[in-house]
Design a protein around this ligand. Structure first.
Ligand SMILES: Cc1cc2nc3c(=O)[nH]c(=O)nc-3n(C[C@H](O)[C@H](O)[C@H](O)COP(=O)(O)OP(=O)(O)OC[C@H]3O[C@@H](n4cnc5c(N)ncnc54)[C@H](O)[C@@H]3O)c2cc1C
Length: 445
């Protein structure tokens, strides 16, 4: 790949080189969302414009980008500078003819979705919570569910990235298909994504219905059918019974008309009240259920924007295997149920359509994701992860980039065919590895 064929320099880097770097903010950097990680950076830089960000990056010797702090591992951490995209959060352009929106990459899905809805548009899918930034989500291949739905990185159709030298590089699939495929799911290794262009679609309505206690024997042989029964389908289970605790089915609704849900589904019973994924937690922070149609951004996430998502202090891990191995992989975890469940709040199982983004967890394979929301019991969880990874090894398991895992870089390199190309791309964008942190170094990236 020739760098010059894809770089578009910005004169802004030079124009802004005189801006001062803010003073040290030691001790104010704080923790990630869960509180399991105290960031170790000396400074938190918070630019209010692309020009400020360019200036800060060019002057820093070691730096990592920070979104809304929802990762559970050290992927965003750095011992010197962290640069937050919190203030880079505006919608810049809505192009109705191409159905694309250009955003500053720090915008959160909650605000973006509401803006789009007001204009008659929507993003194709959302994660379980709307509180995360677009750039942070895309960088780690964050996903929702749906057999036909790619993860949240797949609607990206253009990006502007501030490289280590402060230059702004524009990357599009038309002009640099290979570079583009390598740089969307970027693990924060290439620079600060300042702007993104996302493919959107006309606004759509969704209803969600929940079935309880669906026997595993009913799912066996019907996994795709069950997962394909809605636009986005999630299983919630704690691996303690021969059934899945809850199946959430999110269906697209036309003309605002509620689809009447059957009272039984593969042996499960239709819930007669709103539910939280964990049976005995109040559902008040969950999005509306019981078949009531609503805008997609009020139904696709499980949690409302203005409530605390999930159960609070917790740890998370998630593993991706090919969808064809879904039931077998679930059975491996089910066998480990007695070991896992004492430390678990809940597991969620979702599907993601294959894509062509080099570091995506669904790269070139339709995936099923087996997620674990753990109790905040660090030692127990870190002891269990290698066992889960070993159990899922026959399926070439890949971990979620933003959650806890113990797989080595060597193992992961064997599960991502473009691993070495991604390493080369990172070196191309950032020859001095200013954006490399311990997390990437340990993986050999
Ligand atoms: C309660 C909860 C629920 C979750 N639900 C889901 C879910 O449903 N599905 C799922 O897949 N994941 C889920 N996650 C995980 C989460 O979506 C990812 O960890 C995501 O990356 C978090 O985005 P963030 O903005 O908080 O990024 P951060 O944690 O702040 O950063 C993540 C990565 O993005 C990089 N980054 C951030 N901003 C930029 C930028 N502007 N340019 C370049 N790189 C950048 C960082 O360097 C880092 O490598 C959940 C997490 C929590 C806490």
């Amino acid at each position: 790949m020739k760098k010059r064929t894809f770089l578009k320099s910005s004169s802004l880097a030079i124009a802004s080189s005189m801006l001062p770097i803010p003073p040290l903010h030691q001790h104010h950097i704080g923790t990630n969302w869960s509180g399991n990680l105290h960031y170790s950076a000396k400074r938190l830089l918070q630019p209010r414009s692309v020009e400020e960000a360019q200036d800060m990056i060019s002057k820093s010797s070691r730096i990592r980008t920070l979104g809304t702090r929802h990762c559970f591992n050290k992927i965003a951490d750095c011992q010197e500078d962290m640069i937050s995209s919190k203030e880079l959060n505006q919608v810049l352009d809505l192009d109705v003819s191409t159905q694309t929106v250009t955003v500053e990459a720090g915008i959160r899905y909650g605000e973006l979705s509401q803006y789009l809805h007001d204009q008659g548009f929507a993003v194709h899918n959302l994660a379980s919570l709307p509180h995360i930034s677009v750039a942070g989500a895309v960088a780690t291949a964050t996903h929702g569910s749906g057999i036909l739905n790619g993860n949240l990185a797949t609607p990206v159709v253009g990006m502007e990235i501030i490289r280590a030298d402060g230059e702004v590089v524009s990357v599009t699939p038309e002009d640099q298909p290979d570079t583009f495929a390598g740089s969307v799911v970027n693990l924060g290794a290439l620079g600060l994504v300042a702007k993104m262009i996302l493919q959107i679609e006309p606004t759509f309505m969704v209803q969600q219905d929940i079935y309880r206690n669906v026997p595993l024997q009913e799912i066996e042989g019907h996994f795709d059918e069950v997962m394909g029964s809605g636009y986005s389908v999630s299983f919630f289970t704690d691996w303690t019974a021969d059934s899945v605790n809850q199946i959430w089915i999110k269906r697209r609704v036309t003309d605002g008309e509620e689809i009447k849900a059957d009272s039984e589904f593969f042996g499960g019973k239709l819930a007669d009240r709103n539910m939280h994924p964990i049976d005995d937690i109040s559902p008040e922070n969950c999005t509306e259920q019981m078949g009531v149609p609503g805008p997609s951004h009020h139904r696709l996430p499980h949690f409302k924007l203005d409530f605390t998502p999930s159960s609070g202090a917790e740890l998370q891990s998630e593993y991706f295997v090919p969808r064809e191995n879904a039931f077998a992989a679930m059975m491996k975890i089910q066998e480990m149920g007695p070991m896992i469940s004492p430390h678990l709040f809940i597991s969620e199982i979702r599907t993601i359509a294959a894509d062509n983004l080099w570091m995506s967890t669904a790269y070139e394979r339709d995936a099923v994701a087996i997620h674990f929301t753990w109790k905040p019991e660090w030692d127990a969880v870190m002891g269990l992860l290698p066992k889960i990874e070993e159990a899922l090894a026959p399926y070439d398991v890949r971990p979620h980039w933003g959650k806890l895992f113990t797989l080595s870089g060597e193992t992961l390199a064997s599960r991502y065919s473009r691993w070495d190309d991604f390493k080369a791309l990172a070196r191309d964008f950032d020859p001095d590895r200013k954006f490399q942190n311990d997390f990437l170094a340990e993986l050999g990236i």
